[in-house]
Write a protein that binds this ligand. Structure first.
Ligand code: FAD
Length: 666
């Protein structure tokens, strides 16, 4: 029997659950450093903790060989500014990020990323990931340095974003983690952090988890813990199997790391920030159609009559050649690159793009739909690099797009790739993925907030560190996730070396067990995880959408609380998989509560955070130009104020480099 349909038709039933189920059976794992989440950041943290000579264990929701946003690959690595060809310094890159975000990004995290990104990439090379044009396929191309054979994206003059053949990056990291002796617990849904004495705000001494195959319970006892669970794509999305996992996010991206941190008393910032959920699966499949963004940067776009859409620089000047699309213009410092967790870009760092009045010109009939990507208009090396090297290595594109299209006969030398047909506003973003017009405006995604970390990438809780792109405040993209993982793992290991033995608290474990298995004991008439997930999304969309006021936010809090004590309390899970998804709903509610509470605290609208208080409509009043770290103490939200540049204020030194020298441990 080869297919699902054949099986169901032949047997008339769905398969039995294939694993023995032992709800509540307890295992204890004792380690030095526990890493929660085995994406690229988590595996780097584990590998680097092991390199320090301590024991390391990874608890991963999926299978660490391919899990996470980077599991399917990567084609360009940001933040490698110390590579031998780069004209950008760590200081320049950090300042560009920090100033573009008007201070609402962790400058210290960015600095760490740029100091160590290139070293991290070279370690990946040692693991078997190709980062150079070793076969001289692109010899002589503008984007290649013939001496080092490195190839660059976005900015061929300043050369800080490295093009990589990263289709195998996750399996290689996984192999390395295995090789150095990391213990990996796959299919492990981590549900809570354990704290000394069971107290909120106490030292973190491990975590609990449920095996989503067997339903068995795991107590991880660890001297240090690193959270690297990625983002929280599902918070405002109904039917996440379609709207989340089909696109730039992933079903396991449920904000569990943030939720368990919040419940343990960790401090967060900018959780009130949000953005239009434009990367969700509401749009068209990323990279599968004509567009010019990211992997396709530089691609020529023509209209239905073959008329080419002009490219323009950030000052609106039309570009005359393909080469100029990859060069900073006069008046620009350097091009920072897209997709690094930066919202608005200052003009001196922004990328060249299709003419910014494209929407208007389509509306007036100057360009006739559909639009098409015409790779044949590019120089041969650019064409082969985009269609082949880049599309062949970018996440989720190697097989579904490059391989499928090639087998179907697509030839970039002569064939066009159609862009989706959309209302003119759909072309405002040059990826043409269409999520901007297809996603309801109420569906919001988190906007760069996360764990507030110090220069060691440690949280306010003793023993708890965090890393990754979307988990932390100031994280970036793929390379940045590796780099923060590497740094946090190293620091967690150093702490673990001298930390006292961790003591878990039996009452806390029993309470967590009772919560974790509640859904297996309820009536089968109870709601399942999908209904709960939809209810959470409804509350978040309606009561914490783009426009907020005090009353509406408080109503949202009340509804989340009611949901917790009614439908969630009586929800049913029929197998360990459903139990895992339901436990994610517990986390989504905690996360939703944190986001609403953070939103209540910022009594001012803020353009960078895309934060709109109808009861405080004045945008960006200077007295609110600050961070508002929030945490729980005795289950009550506690808020303080922090200057945006806290990472350069006492107790820290006044310069990035001094702090890096003092804290990096290298
Ligand atoms: C299609 C696609 C293409 C991309 N292309 C690029 C690119 O070219 N360049 C670039 O810089 N960036 C790119 N990115 C972004 C980049 O891949 C991510 O920023 C990066 O992989 C994030 O890594 P991470 O380890 O921080 O988080 P994730 O990859 O999200 O990993 C988090 C891990 O935690 C696990 N987890 C979650 N909850 C739990 C729990 N409760 N218990 C245990 N484990 C849990 C998850 O299963 C996951 O494995 C791309 C992303 C996508 C989706």
């Amino acid at each position: 029997m080869s297919t699902w349909h054949e099986y169901v038709q032949k047997t008339g039933k769905v398969p039995d659950w294939p694993y023995p189920v032992n709800y509540g059976k307890e295992h204890e794992v004792v380690t030095d450093v526990l890493i929660i989440g085995g994406g690229v950041a988590g595996l780097q943290a584990a590998i680097n903790a092991r390199k320090k000579g301590v024991k390391a264990a990874v608890a991963e929701r999926g299978h660490a060989k391919r899990s996470g946003a980077g599991g399917a690959g990567v084609d360009h690595w940001h933040g490698a500014v110390t590579n031998p060809c780069s004209k950008v310094t760590p200081e320049m890159y950090t300042t560009a990020c920090y100033d573009s975000m008007r201070g609402y990004t962790g400058g210290h995290v960015r600095y760490i990323i740029t100091k160590e990104g290139w070293d991290t990439l070279q370690e990946c090379e040692q693991m078997g990931i190709q980062i150079r044009d070793v076969n001289d396929e692109f010899k002589g191309a503008d984007f290649r340095d013939d001496e080092t054979r490195l190839m660059f994206a976005y900015d061929y003059k300043n050369r800080h974003i490295v093009r990589v053949w990263g289709y195998n990056i996750k399996p290689k990291l996984y192999e390395e983690a295995r090789r150095v002796g990391v213990d990996i617990y796959n299919r492990m849904m981590v549900t809570s952090l354990l704290t000394e004495g069971g107290n909120q705000g106490g030292r973190v001494v491990g975590a609990t988890g449920v095996d989503t195959h067997t339903g068995e319970f795991y107590v991880f006892r660890a001297k240090a813990t690193v959270i690297a669970t990625g983002g929280a794509g599902r918070l405002s999305l109904f039917a996440p199997e379609v709207t989340t996992s089909s696109s730039m996010s992933d079903m396991n991206s449920a904000g569990v790391g943030q939720a368990i941190g919040w419940n343990a008393g960790a401090e967060f910032v900018c959780m009130e920030a949000s953005g239009h959920n434009r990367l969700s699966g509401f749009g068209y499949s990323p990279y599968s159609m004509g567009g010019t963004h990211n992997t396709y940067h530089g691609t020529a776009i023509v209209d239905a009559d073959g008329k080419e859409v002009p490219w323009a620089d950030v000052f609106g000047r039309e570009l005359q050649s393909v080469q100029e699309r990859f060069l900073p213009s006069e008046g620009q410092d350097f091009i920072l690159g897209e997709g690094i967790g930066i919202g608005p870009y200052l003009r001196q760092y922004r990328s060249n793009d299709l003419s910014r009045d494209l929407v208007e010109r389509i509306s007036k009939g100057e360009f006739k739909l559909p639009l098409y990507a015409d790779l044949s208009l590019l120089p041969e090396s650019e064409r082969r690099c985009i269609w082949g090297m880049m599309v062949g290595n970018e996440g989720k594109t190697r097989i579904p797009i490059y391989d499928t299209y090639t087998r179907a006969g697509f030839d970039p030398d002569k064939d066009l790739m159609q862009a989706p047909v959309m209302p003119p506003e759909g072309y405002a973003h040059s990826n043409f993925w269409g999520a901007g017009i297809n996603t309801p405006p109420t569906a919001r995604s988190l906007g760069g907030g996360g764990f507030l970390l110090d220069w060691n990438l440690k949280t306010n809780l003793e023993g708890l560190y965090a890393a990754a792109g979307s988990t932390i405040f100031g994280g970036g993209c793929h390379g940045e996730s590796h780099t923060t993982g590497r740094y946090a793992g190293r620091h967690a290991a150093d702490y673990a070396k001298t930390a006292p033995e961790p003591k878990t608290n039996r009452n806390q474990i029993e309470a967590e067990k009772a919560r974790a298995y509640n859904a297996t004991r309820q009536s089968k008439k109870g709601n399942g995880w999908k209904e709960i997930n939809a209810a959470i999304a409804r509350v978040m969309r309606d009561y914490c959408g783009r426009h907020k006021n005090e009353l509406v936010l408080n109503l949202g809090l009340r509804l989340l609380n009611e949901l917790k004590t009614t439908e969630l309390a009586s929800a049913y899970a029929s197998n360990p998989h459903e139990l895992g998804r339901l436990l994610e709903c517990h986390a989504l509610i905690s996360l939703g509560e944190m986001v609403i509470k953070a939103s209540l605290e910022r009594k001012a609208s803020n353009s960078i955070l895309d934060f709109h208080r109808l009861d405080y409509p004045q945008m960006d009043p200077p007295e609110w130009n600050k961070l508002l770290p929030i945490r729980q103490e005795d289950n009550k939200a506690r808020v303080r104020e922090l200057p945006l540049d806290f990472h350069l204020k006492p107790p820290y030194a006044a310069s990035y480099e001094e702090n890096y020298q003092k804290y990096s441990g290298v």
